[in-house]
Design a protein. Structure first.
Length: 764
């Protein structure tokens, strides 16, 4: 991992981190939020649109060499193009037999949700074949799929003559999670192996070595686990030291108030052959430790996130020291929260090299083992750096094997960097489910960009920057809806090479670009304020930043997001893009002045100017003035409310005008004595407005209901109705249809009353 420019890791090592939360840890508003339709309109996403009678999509394997991604679902195996998932997909229909489905239903299982062949495992067998497994309607089955030698061969078919049992490789129940890795034609899988879902094990099958598993029905080894991820991480240059790490959660046996769910990381040696007399055909190097992800409180009590949901292993230049990102959620239903914690392999190895957890009896406390340690140290791989003379675990003394059987748990827990989460969500109406990370080179350094999936079917793009020497600052760059029908994100994988993110759920698969620079806006300030390391201002538009670009006009400031400094020469045009309009209202009625900044992170302020010679004054909320997310609502209009209203947005100390509205308040006598001034009525006859700037559009979201002081509540997408314009009075002559309204020439303009008081003050 390059050292220069790694602002995040420099901050972690120097101690900068989020302060302990004293209340709900709500995230910052995203710079942009895109609905499914808006995301589709950007042209930066592809939605798998082949109508298949299937569900429960899982991205199970990504092959960058073949430019393919392999997806498993109910009764189907899909091979999708990494460039465009809708371009010539290759599809295998692999359903359970009708007889097997009937037997499954007769056993009491659900015909639609359980009695199908849910594909849960896809691993590369060699350059031409895949090894795939499915639940087989509660009868696990595996097969080989021929995918051809080259991607352009478009070969993809299942070889039916090579079907084999999937027991120990794939669960019976599709609701049970599994984690697997195929290494040297040997399959390692964390899986439930029985029909009832009570016998969980980490298995090794296939290959030439002895089939292995964890100790059966031993709660000290595995206790009702849910397997999340498996990853091969070498310990040293000696291949005999290679270890496979499993990430899972399980019911704890050491918690003071059991049962409690703890997150775990376990490991085994790849060359483990089991014991000679004890632990025959069972792992003799299996160890596990607790993964802690918690927020320390001011009172010393920690808020724990114990339920591990997803793991992403970020590779570095040193293959022995990747960075581990993990998503956790809280246990129970009273407190809902989720967090992302980051772990280093140095901390993980330190715990596995530390003391073992020991308990003398049922009424004793868990303590670190203090007795004589057998040689070689339990958990050491045979033939490795520390045991070159022992070629197999069968050569280990019996005391080593017996110790391993009774002491698989490490006493110390593994804490994240700086003992705090990187991202925390509490009090949010959703939970995080998945994580993927990309490293991006920007003008001022290298950044880690987190893509976080949620149970609402959205994906958040987040970066974390050092705010000062003690704290970190989380920036949510965007949040997008990735499915037409919202569903929890199940799996997610990223391709830095193609700058694409692939997301799967029960309802479908979506491919989206890692960046949508044009969505931030058409001004230099908008691009700079976004602080997106993927994007920079190129002098004409917000576009993809490339480190090799030679254009001097490219402006980018991820660390500070300062458009005043970065956009010199471009900021003079910022206020020229403001929407200008003229709006009419009737005294005693209501008027709505629309203003929606592009960024929800901006602070909106309304300024009022009676005439050009007056000083602008800030409009404050009171009984008559109501500020909403869509604009400013004026109730019980007075003639003194006439004037120029300017809506300004301030973000990161940069201020610009979004909208200018010239409001004219007419008296009741103006309505009785003559027709209204010329205006094009927008939304309804009650809100007459004449827009003078191009690109003006109605608000995207419906206006909120008015408060009790505003009279009867109204709903719908239109501004409040002006009652003075809806009730025609007898003296007012009816105009023929098609004639244009104009102000009578002989009518005297009334003297302007003094400006209203109590709700305005000079602008700062």
């Amino acid at each position: 991992m390059p050292v220069a420019g790694l602002l995040l890791w420099a901050s972690l090592l120097t101690g900068a981190w989020p302060a302990a939360p004293s209340q709900d840890y709500l995230p910052a508003m995203p710079r942009i939020r895109l609905s499914y339709k808006e995301l589709k309109a950007t042209g930066t996403a592809h939605f798998f649109n082949f109508l298949l009678n299937t569900s429960d999509y899982r991205i199970l394997f990504k092959d960058e060499d073949h430019d393919r991604m392999y997806v498993g679902s109910k009764d189907y195996v899909l091979s999708l193009d990494l460039h465009d998932i809708n371009r010539e997909p290759l599809i295998i229909h692999w359903a359970a037999t009708p007889q097997r489905i009937e037997e499954c239903v007769l056993s009491g299982k659900d015909g639609n949700g359980e009695c199908g062949n849910f594909v849960r495992l896809i691993q590369p067998w060699n350059r031409t074949h895949l090894y795939v497994c499915g639940t087989g309607a509660y009868n696990p089955v595996c097969a080989y799929v021929n995918r051809g030698r080259r991607a352009e061969d478009y070969v993809f078919y299942l070889e039916p003559e090579k079907l084999e049992s999937g027991k120990g490789k794939c669960p019976y129940d599709p609701k049970l999670d599994t984690a697997s890795a195929l290494i040297n034609e040997e399959l390692y899988a964390g899986v439930y192996i029985d029909f009832m879902g009570t016998d969980a094990a980490i298995f090794r099958t296939l290959g030439k070595q002895t089939a292995m598993r964890t100790d059966q029905y031993n709660s000290r080894w595995l206790n009702d686990p849910s397997f999340i991820h498996a990853e091969l991480i070498p310990d040293s240059a000696e291949r005999n030291d290679d270890k496979l790490y499993f990430f899972f959660r399980e019911r704890s046996i050491e918690a003071p108030q059991s049962p409690a769910v703890y997150a775990r990381i376990g490991r085994i040696c790849l060359n483990d052959d089991g014991g000679h007399c004890c632990l025959v055909n069972k792992w003799s190097t299996f160890l596990k430790a607790r993964l802690v992800c918690s927020v320390p409180g001011e009172d010393g009590i920690e808020t724990h996130f114990d339920e591990l949901q997803d793991v992403f292993v970020q590779q570095t230049q040193d293959v022995r020291n990747p960075v581990i990102y993990a998503v956790f959620t809280s246990s129970g239903s009273v407190f809902r929260g989720s967090a992302v914690c980051v772990y280093s392999m140095a901390d993980i190895r330190m715990v596995f090299n530390g003391p073992f957890a020991h308990k003398e009896g049922p009424n004793y406390q868990w303590m670190p083992f203090s007795g004589k340690m057998p040689y070689p140290r339990p958990g050491t791989c045979p033939g490795g750096t520390f045991t070159p003379s022992m070629k197999s675990t069968k050569d280990y003394p019996d005391e080593v094997i017996n110790f391993m059987r009774s002491h698989p748990l490490m006493y110390q827990a593994i804490y994240p960097l700086q003992r705090r989460p990187l991202v925390v969500r509490t009090g949010a109406p959703y939970r995080l489910t998945t994580v993927a990370v990309d490293q991006v080179d920007a003008a001022d350094g290298r950044y880690e960009v987190l893509f976080l999936g949620t149970d609402r079917g959205t994906v958040q793009k987040v970066i974390v920057l050092p705010k000062d020497d003690q704290e970190m600052e989380e920036l949510m760059l965007e949040e997008v809806e990735v499915f037409k029908d919202p569903a929890p994100v199940k799996t997610m994988t990223i391709s830095s090479k193609r700058q694409q993110l692939y997301v799967a759920s029960a309802v479908g698969v979506t491919q989206l670009s890692l960046h949508r620079c044009q969505a931030y806006g058409a001004a230099c300030a908008d691009c700079c304020l976004a602080r997106d390391p993927y994007c920079a201002w190129d002098g004409q538009a917000c576009s993809r930043y490339t480190a090799s670009s030679k254009r001097r006009s490219r402006r980018q400031d991820v660390r500070h997001g300062n458009p005043i400094r970065q956009c010199r020469g471009f900021n003079s045009n910022a206020n020229k893009n403001a929407v200008e309009s003229v709006q009419y209202g009737v005294a005693g009625s209501t008027a709505f002045l629309e203003c929606q900044p592009r960024s929800p992170q901006a602070t909106v302020k309304w300024l009022f100017q009676r005439d050009p010679s007056d000083r602008r004054r800030e409009v404050h909320a009171d009984d008559r003035f109501l500020r909403t997310e869509q604009g400013l609502l004026l109730r019980a209009l007075q003639s003194g409310d006439s004037g120029l209203y300017s809506c300004t947005a301030t973000e990161n100390n940069f201020k610009h005008i979004i909208t200018r509205v010239q409001l004219h308040v007419l008296g009741q006598e103006d309505i009785r004595d003559g027709p209204l001034p010329t205006a094009s009525c927008k939304h309804s006859t009650a809100s007459c407005e004449h827009s003078t700037a191009p690109g003006h559009r109605p608000p995207k979201a419906p206006l909120p209901r008015a408060g009790p002081a505003a009279g009867p509540a109204r709903s719908g997408p239109h501004p409040p109705v002006l009652p003075g314009l809806l009730a025609p009075r007898a003296p007012s002559p009816r105009r023929p249809q098609g004639t244009q309204a104009s102000k009578p020439q002989d009518q005297k303009t009334p003297e302007p009353p003094p400006p209203p008081t109590g709700h305005m003050r000079p602008a700062v």
